[in-house]
Design a protein around this ligand. Structure first.
Ligand code: SAM
Ligand code: SF4
Length: 328
């Protein structure tokens, strides 16, 4: 089992399958995009499969595939097919911007994918173009409609961006009246290729909830599973629910069960650390499965107590890398 010095058990891997993306969301990367790495420096699917298998033998039973945009990587569906053969994995989920996935939704159902986290920060076409710097609103909405007719669980990820979409928080909650999905409001973090964005207002967890309480009175707090990232709520008689993720205020670290592996194989114990070990290089130097297990156990053991400590321990000073290289 993978346990750390604070008694937390790690069973959840977030794996970035690429650093490439078809959008340029302003809170994630600069307009010109990020310096993508050479293809040879990305983990191959075979390497990703092996890393996941070895981790699953150490108790990891949940994987989220993310990026960059997972569906821009060639043969991503074949990789999902490979992963679905791993019987130690109970849950395979995907985070996607949705623009490319509509033709694959049936296949995702047959492969046993459980949840799609669809990123959608606005319900307004023009605003979508401003935020993502691409004109793909119609494709994303069409994907959402197709997902609603599928068996997949849907979570809508909304990054709350001061000055851009905070006036739509209630519109998103209204959507949960007749739809079965969960809307998740995420605090914006400085992972955008530039660093902390200076804004007039700090749209943190408390401010988001206060705003919601102004517009909705009958709010019930839902029970949260252990290690959940979101505190969940529901408006009475609404079909769906909503959650708030304190990603930047970091009040969820005490029972964190997550590790991350970037598209270049960098192992991260915490979103806020700057990578503790390069597994790709270790594998390419001939490491056996036992070598890998030893390194995973030792590395997880060093997981910092929380995201603030992880940030303090960084060798490179500021938190500013793009979320698309880390894997969100
Ligand atoms: N391209 C896919 C997508 O957008 O869903 C997957 C990768 S993206 C990096 C994963 C998640 O991270 C998305 O929900 C995105 O909105 C979120 N994200 C990206 N940059 C962020 C930031 N600076 N602060 C908070 N969330 C961010
Ligand atoms: Fe691409 Fe996702 Fe980053 Fe937007 S948030 S630029 S869709 S990786």
């Amino acid at each position: 089992m993978l346990t750390d010095n604070f008694g937390r058990t790690i069973n959840y891997l977030r794996l970035a399958v690429t650093d490439r993306c078809n959008l340029r969301c302003q809170y994630c990367m600069p307009a010109e995009g990020i310096d993508i790495v050479d293809r040879k420096d990305l983990l191959t699917y075979k390497e990703m499969y092996r890393i996941t298998r070895v981790l699953s033998e150490l108790g990891v039973n949940k994987v989220r595939l993310t990026g960059g945009e997972p569906f821009v990587r060639k043969d991503f569906i074949s990789f999902l097919e490979m992963l679905s053969f791993n019987r130690n994995l109970d849950t395979i989920n995907i985070t996607t911007n949705g623009a490319l996935i509509k033709p694959h939704i049936n296949k995702l159902e047959t492969l046993g994918i459980k949840t799609i986290n669809l990123s959608l920060d606005t319900l307004q076409k023009d605003r979508f173009k401003t935020i993502t710097r691409r004109d793909l609103f119609d494709q994303t909405i069409s994907t959402l409609h197709t997902l609603l007719n599928s068996t997949l669980t849907i979570k809508l990820n909304v990054v709350v961006q001061s000055g851009f979409n905070t006036d739509e928080i209630s519109d998103f909650i209204e959507l949960t009246k007749d739809n079965r999905f969960e809307v998740r409001f995420i605090e914006e973090m400085p992972f955008n290729g530039k660093g902390l964005r200076v804004t007039d207002e700090n749209w943190n967890y408390d401010k988001i909830l206060t705003q919601i309480k102004q517009d909705f009175k009958a709010i019930t707090i839902l029970p949260t599973e252990k290690s959940a990232t979101a505190q969940k709520f529901k408006i009475d008689h609404f079909q769906g629910s909503f959650g708030i993720i304190p990603a930047f205020t970091r009040t969820i670290c005490h029972d964190c069960n997550r590790i991350r592996i970037t598209a270049t194989g960098l192992f991260k114990n915490c979103l806020f650390d700057d990578g503790v070990f390069n597994i790709r290089d270790f594998i390419r130097s001939g490491a056996s499965d036992d070598d890998l297990k030893k390194v995973f156990i030792e590395t997880v053991n060093q997981k910092p107590k929380n995201g603030f400590i992880a940030e303090q321990n960084r060798k490179n000073t500021n938190v500013s890398e793009s979320m698309s290289t880390i894997g969100g």
